[in-house]
Design a protein around this ligand. Structure first.
Ligand code: HEC
Length: 113
């Protein structure tokens, strides 16, 4: 009986560890290449110099600021959801692009300017 309990506990532990392991591996990661495209195609419609949203490039924020911005998920001074402009998977890609090329990132980028 004791052996059975030990065995069961061992199996449970392994299942739990596997869950953590694959949970980390499967954590959503956006595509930077696609994100650049979505950002230029959608966000830049309103975010160039003189446009309604004003000039916006990855350099406008630091990596931490972009992360916080997309975690909050609101746009235009909290008036609306960012998901109004891009579906969640494309938004994830766009955020990956912006974070990876933020002002304090290893590869800061101005979006082809
Ligand atoms: C329909 C036009 C439009 C589109 C499309 C648009 N924005 Fe905006 N955005 C605005 C306006 C307007 C503001 C407010 C500008 C101001 O403060 O003067 C704004 C503000 C922002 C700001 C400044 C902080 C804030 O939210 O107030 C960020 C960052 C931003 N937009 C990111 C994005 C991203 C990322 C996308 C693409 C997913 C996007 N925007 C698409 C119009 C747009």
């Amino acid at each position: 009986m004791l052996r059975f309990i030990k065995f069961t506990l061992l199996i449970l532990l392994m299942v739990a560890l596997a869950g953590v392991f694959f949970g980390v591996l499967a954590a959503p990661k956006g595509s930077e290449t696609k994100g650049r495209h979505f950002f230029k195609d959608t966000c830049r419609q309103c975010h160039t110099k003189g446009a309604v949203g004003g000039e916006l490039t990855p350099l406008n924020k630091t990596m931490a600021q972009w992360r916080a911005y997309f975690a909050a998920g609101t746009h235009n001074h909290g008036k609306e959801q960012l998901s109004k402009y891009l579906p969640p998977d494309q938004l994830l890609d766009a955020s990956t692009f912006l974070i990876n090329h933020a002002a304090d990132s290893p590869q800061p980028e101005t979006c082809g300017k």
